[in-house]
Design a protein around this ligand. Structure first.
Ligand SMILES: N[C@@H](CCC(=O)N[C@@H](CS)C(=O)NCC(=O)O)C(=O)O
Length: 220
């Protein structure tokens, strides 16, 4: 049985969604974030040394890192579904977006989260200074980087409904989280093609079922 070690309100929601798209049986072990630090609870370190989510286990095998989990599920259980044919242009695009989602898109979004919440976590006396520093980082680097990526998504989704081409693939599952995170917390309204992509994925029955299995998810 596949077990998903799932942290509330996190990118591990994508793994539940992919499992639903593939129609696979799985068990969800839910973990709650520490309310102060928002970090995962220490029990997750018993599953994987980094203690981050998602992690899946199956038949004594442990797989961490969302992209690696997606590759594992698609190659072991996909039966050719949700992945373009080998050798096609779409396959190359699929591999690109699969890696880009965590490798490039998430970096400025994570920086935004860290810098925008820094003032409220600083001691009251330091707050004006910290606010100045974080604003400088946001305006000088982070926000322009987020815009660069968001404009790129918009222009790519203007060419085709899905990231790898005309067909929905697991690369769209990977890309869902950066797009959702940008739309809900980066402070910039999504462009029309990104907004339409988000509407399309949120309407998928498998996406809705995954939300029911996963519990709190603030990005849908
Ligand atoms: N690139 C990794 C990132 C893993 C990660 O940072 N997960 C977050 C969930 S959004 C987490 O576990 N945060 C809690 C913590 O760091 O303690 C992946 O895609 O699996």
């Amino acid at each position: 049985m596949i077990v998903v070690h799932h942290l509330e309100n996190s990118r591990s929601q994508r793994v539940l969604w992919l499992l639903e798209e593939l129609g696979l049986a799985y068990e969800v072990k839910r973990y709650e974030r520490n309310k102060q630090t928002m970090l995962a609870p220490p029990e997750l370190k018993a599953i994987h040394p980094l203690g981050k989510s998602p992690v899946i286990t199956e038949d004594g095998v442990t797989v961490a890192e969302t992209g690696a989990i997606v590759e594992y599920l698609i190659s072991r259980h996909g039966g050719g579904r949700l992945i373009p044919p080998e050798g096609s242009t779409e396959r190359l695009r699929y591999v690109y977006w699969l890696h880009y989602a965590e490798g490039s898109a998430m970096t400025p979004l994570l920086l935004k989260l860290v810098f925008s919440t820094m003032p409220q976590r600083a001691p009251a006396l330091m707050r004006p200074l910290v606010r100045g520093v974080s604003r400088q980082a946001e305006q000088g680097f982070i926000d322009p980087q987020i815009k660069l990526h968001a404009d790129y998504w918009e222009s790519e989704l203007a060419k085709s409904d899905w990231f790898a081409g005309a067909a929905f693939t697991a690369a769209d599952v990977m890309m869902s989280f950066p797009l959702e995170a940008a739309a809900s917390r980066a402070g910039a309204a999504p462009g029309p093609h990104v907004a339409a992509f988000l509407e399309r994925i949120h309407a998928r029955p498998a996406y809705r079922r995954a939300l029911e299995r996963g519990g709190p998810y603030a990005y849908a």
